[in-house]
Ligand binder design. Sequence first.
Ligand SMILES: C[S@@+](CC[C@H](N)C(=O)[O-])C[C@H]1O[C@@H](n2cnc3c(N)ncnc32)[C@H](O)[C@@H]1O
Length: 557
Amino acid sequence: MKRSYCSTDGRVPKMQKDMVRASASDDDDQDLRLIHDLRSSAADLFLREQWSEALALYTRLIRLCQDQIPDDDLNDGRDSERMAVFRRTLCIALSSRAETHSRSRDFGAALEDCDRALGIDGSHFKTLMCKGRILLHHFSCYSAALDCFQKASLDPQAAGAVDGLIKKCRKFEYLSRTGNFDLSDWVLNGFRGDCPQLAEYIGPVVVRKSDSCGRGLFATRNIEAGTIVLVTRAVAVERGIAMCEEMDENQQLVMWRRFVDKVVESASKCATTRRQISALLDGEESEVALEAPDMSLFRMEPERRECSDGEVDAGKILSILDMNSLVENANSAKVLGTNKNCHGIGLWILPSFVNHSCCPNARRTHVGNHLIMHASRDIKAGEELLFAYFDVKNPFEKRREMSVSWGFRCSCSRCKFEESLCRELRDMMEEMGVGSEGVDAGKVVFRLEECMRKFAVRGREKGYLRASFWGAYSETYTREGLFKRWGRRIPTAEAIAESVAEAVGGDERVLRVVTRNCGGGGGGGASGMDGVLKLGRGIYGKIVKKKQALKTLLDDI
Ligand SMILES: C[S@@+](CC[C@H](N)C(=O)[O-])C[C@H]1O[C@@H](n2cnc3c(N)ncnc32)[C@H](O)[C@@H]1O
């Protein structure tokens, strides 16, 4: 609604001019009053956290200002006083609407408004702060966020308030480049206070086609055991506290529903999130036909951002979540800083491309809503990084059942080896009661070791079979009576733990066997301690640099 005060030929008679001036100034007063009223009502709604109502008023205010500013007057320097007021008000209204969008978690729309406000006033303090915070906390664009805060710091309003954010951007930019994370202080402090804020980090990994399992995550260079390869925040996580150790079915269902709603909401508010989610495998399609996405999909660069509300197919999301969501408390994972009865389920995009193996080489640690993935064994360049989707310290048949319940038949090197065990060895194992219920665990261990000697099973394959009958080993080494009876006739707990960890990766149960068997966290002397620390590195990765922090984590087992 742009008003013209001119007659068709452009000239206005004197009397008419006076009348027009008077009515224009009345109109002006009215417009300014309306603007003032809208601003204060919107601000009031904002303070009361009534986001959608506040958004509606800010949108009216923005339209009103825009209608007063002729198109060619934007940014052309011909500013009348009146236009200057509208432009200033438009900038403030856009900035306030950006803040409101941000509070209602519509970060894409918030950024669009920030950019429009900064188009009017490139040094607008409130907008620079809003944009910087969104880029830092939501889009993980640390350099772009730093740029905003540095500009904001020149404003007198900054008064040192920006220094902390500038420092944080610099630190996060460094972490996202190097992966040099260290949670030692938080661990040594007994996980007190807020959990550490982590930067997004994509290490030496790439998504590409895997030979037998659709797409997978592969190492782009040799990776040493313990190295962090990925730190990434969840699209959404839902948690609940179990009354007993496990959640009942009803609780699980409620948690799942809330989780699905959160993912759908995130997807509906951000096009990048929608694109990332739709690149994941869903139960309906064949993974053979799926292409590996470009790694740029996982980096939220500012120029790739095109966020806005959009349609989401909730049915498809549900099917994707079925295949890709991860529970935090799993044998292949460690949750730091939460109560043991707290159970969480979440969706992390890049880790969703990690396939399963019964001899995995990667593990995850959960800190807040972040997933930290590390190599649990040395990994060669070009090798696939693999998680254990279920407890792989089980015999072959049991693992086969579990992989089928996941919808696939695992054909990892360990499954292939155990499937192809020669008939005689299998018969001998069966005959000796290896793996049967009710058989003395020490005897099972003793007999299995005998069998492997007889059939010259060596190295990693020995570790595979030991891991398959881990239950018997664990019982034998931790139950005093059993250990007294069999201890001298079987290998030491450290030797078994090392062989199992080499073959299929260690976990807390393996560590517990070593520490208990050697009489406490120190293990048996210096070499025992070295073994424990090595196992600990495999389980926790290099998330704590200080040895004392690692010892604290191990003591907690
Ligand atoms: C979370 S997705 C892993 C990424 C998936 N391969 C892709 O292309 O997106 C889980 C699915 O991958 C496949 N998968 C994972 N590990 C496998 C394995 N060891 N053998 C066969 N298929 C596997 C199964 O279809 C499983 O349901």
